[in-house]
Structures are given as C-alpha cells and as structure tokens.
Design a protein around this ligand. Structure first.
Ligand SMILES: Nc1ncnc2c1ncn2[C@@H]1O[C@H](COP(=O)(O)OP(=O)(O)O)[C@@H](O)[C@H]1O
Ligand SMILES: [Mg+2]
Length: 493
C-alpha cells in the first residue's frame, strides 16, 4: 500500500521527479515549515506531494494518527481514510488544480482508533505551478460527539415538551411562536398551526392584561411567575379555568417566555364536590341531632295523648305543655330551614346598611324588654353586597339574639359597619358575660348550647350562610363581652 504508483491518486495526478525536487527545495527553504509554530502548533500541520504522500508533518499529526513521522512519510492521506475516499479524492484533485478545500473526514489511527478531522487544504504554488499541498487538521471527534449529544438532548427535550401533559406555549414579543399539542387542545384549536402567530393577550380576559404585562416584564428580567389561576379563552370564546406559570427561556437563540398551562376545570369540580360532601357531613351530623331533638317533644306529646286516650282523661293543663313542645319542634325546624342552601336566584345586590337598620329596628323592642339598648355605628352610607337578603337577616338576628341572651344585666349592643378594602365588615359587640374557652371551642357545632331552651343551631346556621356568601366570621370574647366580626365581599357590580 505504500507504493505511490498503486493508489487511486496515481490515476489522477502524478508527481514528476522535477516537481518532487521543487517541493523538497521549497519546504527546505521556506521558513514556515521550520518555525516552532509549525512543529508546536496545537493542530495537525502537514505537507503532501501531488500523490497525496506526506512529506512534512508536525508533532500533532503523530499524536492524531499514532504513526511516527517516518511511518507517515511512507503513507498517503488515502491510506489513513476510513471511508468517503471518493469524495475526498475528488476534493484533492481540485486542490491540485489550485483550489482551497475544507472538509471533514474520518481516519483510522495506527491502533485502529477512529478520529474525525476537520481539514483545510491549500495548494503550494511555485512559479505558477502547483507542486504540492499543505494543510491543517483539527480533531473534532469530541466536538462532534458533543454536538450529537446536544442534538439528541434537544430532540429529547423537544419530545418531552411536545408530549407534555401540560399545555406549553412559547412567546416572543407577545406573539405565540410555539405551542405543543396539549396547548392547542386547551385552546380548542384544530391544529398547532392555528394557534401560532396569535397574540398572547387574546388568550386571556381583558382585565388580566395588566397582570400579564407584569408577568412578561418579569420573565424578560429572568424572573419566573408563581403558579396561579387564570381564565383561558379558547378559540370559540369559551373560558376555561387553568393554572399557569410563566418562565423565562431562550427560543431559537432569542429571549422568550415559556407558559406552562394546566386545565383545572376538573380540579375545580372536584373541589366543589368536596365542599358539597362537607355540607353532606354537616347534614349527617344534623340528622342524628334533629332526630334526637324532635323525638323528645314528640315523645312528650304522644305520652299526653295516650294518657288522654286510655284514661278518657281530658285535662286542660296538658294543653299548654303540648303546645310548648310543638313550639319547640317549630323553632328547631325554622332554624334548620335557614340552613337550606341559598338559591342563587335569590341573590341580589343589596345595601347591607339598609338590612342592618331593618334588623336593629326589629330587635330593638325585644332588647328594651331586657334593659338593653342597640346602638349603631355605620362608617359608610352604603355597602353593596351580593346576597340572599333573608338569609343575611337571619344571621344578624341570630347574633343579636345571642348578644341579648348573654346580657342578663342589660347594657348596650353596638352594631358597627365599615368598609375594609374589598370587604364590608360588620361587628356585633355585646357587654355580656363572654364565652369561656371550652365553650368557644364547641360553638358552631350543631345542637351545642349552654342555654336551657337553646337549640344550639344559631351559630352553626350563621356560619354556613356566611360561607355561602364567600364571607368569614370571627368571634372574640373575654369577660367584658363578645364581639362577632362578619366579613363579606363587596359586590363588584
Ligand atoms: N354573644 C354571646 N355571648 C356569650 N355566649 C354566646 C354568645 N353567642 C353564643 N354564645 C354561646 O354559644 C352557644 C351556641 O349559640 P347558638 O348556636 O346561637 O345556640 P343557642 O343560642 O340556641 O344556644 C350558646 O349557647 C352560648 O353558650
Ligand atoms: Mg342563639
């Protein structure tokens, strides 16, 4: 194989002895091949004659090929090639014709290692005649491997994103440049292409625009958003509940925002089911109590009836007792009726101040009987709440009733109302005996009462009603009295 007359090159070029001599002289005289720069260059430097045979190589060529210089001078570049001989031979032909050629090739080293080299070859021209070739070779094996790895990673990442169960959208300058399959499903689009090119602001309600600008500005600065709930507008205008996070990213070399969007319609439904089952558990708790509470008076009534029936006894004194028992059943039933879930069509935008004025007037006469005055402190003239008016009235009556019942020695009950940010805050403050800790812990459980004729339903029913109105109840109490705070969201009409 070391016979220059046997290689492929022989068929295309042939170094004449004159050219060979010229090349030797050139190499000998040219400072370039003698400089340390040539020998110590971190890349392979070499010269070939027109047969492709090595006539001068530096150290790195030895390192790359694992042949000594002497061995290399017996070889042509073709001898080292692993494959692609045809392509490279034709490139060599072009160099010999005066061209510069750059290409990658794969070689096999003396110890059968495989190397990928990036090669640049130039003709050596003396007296207008090409007499040889010189060039550089750079080992790009690792780089290529890393590149392959990078490409594989990218592919993997792409397929992860593509098949992610979350919707993924990438935007640049507020325009959708990428959407995965799930995102196009979430948006109710027929294809990903139908989504790309859309403006991101079109996907969310107008009132969220300002927030979105802030999120995108933060993403631009490299700050991810928190996971938060949004309404996503589908292609046909339907709004769906989603959870979303925006992360800064780079897409095709440019800054971009990466949206992770998750459908939470089902989660919301599940949450509602949970709330409903919680209600069921209240109902379950109630059922046993109701049976018990109503059975007692009924047993008493039945007893009297049997007495009268059996003994043919007719006693006038029995009637007030029977009547009282029936009243008790009625009382319990009427409190329980208030518990029925408020019907949404009963919800109206109402001024809570008018409601409170009405309730104070209603309970005032009852209070006076107990030497109690009800005073009002309204810091607002109007506070509109979206509510079931009768249910809210029930709540205030319950709390004022409890206040009256706690103030055996008379005093003042103060009803306050004020606006605190997005909420109306109503307080019912009494000067009663207060609620001991052990009672406070049990307050609101069905049928828990410390009163002889109490039903133990007032606070529980009130809690439920306020919950249906998306409000909150807080009880503060000490020996000087009790204060009930009811917080209700202001209507956004
Ligand atoms: N303002 C208050 N002051 C003192 N105790 C209170 C007050 N409000 C409620 N309580 C306590 O909570 C219990 C439960 O109240 P509630 O549910 O209205 O039932 P009831 O009034 O029928 O007893 C009462 O029995 C009482 O011990
Ligand atoms: Mg009560």
């Amino acid at each position: 194989m070391n016979d220059p007359w046997k290689g492929n090159i022989m068929n295309i070029t042939r170094t004449t002895s004159k050219q060979k001599e010229k090349l030797e002289v050139f190499i000998e005289r040219s400072g370039f091949f003698k400089q340390p720069l040539f020998e110590e260059h971190p890349e392979g430097y070499y010269a070939l004659d027109l047969d492709g045979r090595y006539v001068k190589v530096n150290k790195v060529c030895e390192e790359y090929t694992e042949y000594t210089k002497e061995e290399l001078y017996q070889l042509t570049f073709e001898d080292l090639l692993l494959d692609g001989k045809e392509k490279i031979t034709s490139a060599f032909k072009k160099i010999v014709q005066g061209d510069i050629q750059k290409y990658e090739c794969t070689i096999k080293t003396k110890n059968h290692q495989i190397l990928e080299l990036e090669v640049t070859n130039l003709p050596i021209i003396v007296d207008d005649e090409v007499i040889g070739v010189y060039g550089t070779a750079k080992d790009v094996t690792q780089f290529n491997q890393q590149q392959a790895l990078r490409e594989e990673n990218e592919k993997l990442h792409h397929s992860l994103v593509e098949h992610s169960p979350d919707g993924i959208i990438i935007t640049q300058s507020d325009v959708l440049v990428y959407a995965n399959k799930e995102a196009s499903i979430l948006l109710g689009a027929t294809s990903k292409e139908a989504v790309i090119g859309n403006h991101i602001y079109e996907l969310f309600p107008k009132e969220r625009g300002e927030m979105l600008v802030k999120y995108l500005e933060n993403a631009e600065k490299g700050l991810p958003s928190s996971l938060h709930e949004e309404k996503l507008i589908q292609m046909d205008g339907t709004k769906i509940d989603v959870e979303m996070k925006i992360i800064p990213t780079i897409f095709k070399g440019e800054k971009a925002s990466y949206f992770i969007i998750r459908d939470i319609t089902e989660k919301k439904l599940a949450h509602e089911v949970m709330i409903n089952s919680e209600k069921l558990s209240v109902a379950g708790q109630l059922a046993a109590g109701i049976a018990h509470e109503i059975r007692n008076p009924i047993t008493a009534i039945k007893g009297f009836l049997q007495l009268m029936e059996g003994g043919n006894l007719y006693k006038q004194e029995y009637f007030p007792v029977i009547s009282a028992e029936i009243n008790r059943i009625e009382l319990i039933l009427s409190e329980l009726l208030a518990l029925a879930k408020p019907q949404l069509n009963n919800f109206k935008h109402k001024n809570i101040i008018s409601i409170l004025q009405h309730i104070v007037a209603l309970t005032q006469s009852q209070a006076i009987l107990h030497n109690i005055r009800i005073s009002t402190e309204f810091h607002i003239k109007q506070g509109i709440v979206f509510c079931d008016e009768n249910k809210l009235k029930q709540v205030f009556i319950n709390f004022i009733k409890n206040a009256i019942e706690a103030m055996k020695d008379g005093g003042t009950i103060t009803v306050k109302a004020k606006q605190v940010e997005e909420h109306i805050v109503v307080e019912v403050i009494d000067e009663g005996k207060g609620i001991p800790k052990e009672v406070l812990d049990k307050i609101g459980t069905p049928f828990f009462t410390t009163k002889e004729n109490g039903t133990g339903l007032g606070v529980m029913v009130s809690y439920e009603i306020i919950k249906h109105h998306k409000g909150e109840v807080k009880i503060d109490s000490d020996s000087r009295g009790t204060s009930i705070t009811i917080k209700l969201p202001t209507s956004k009409r």
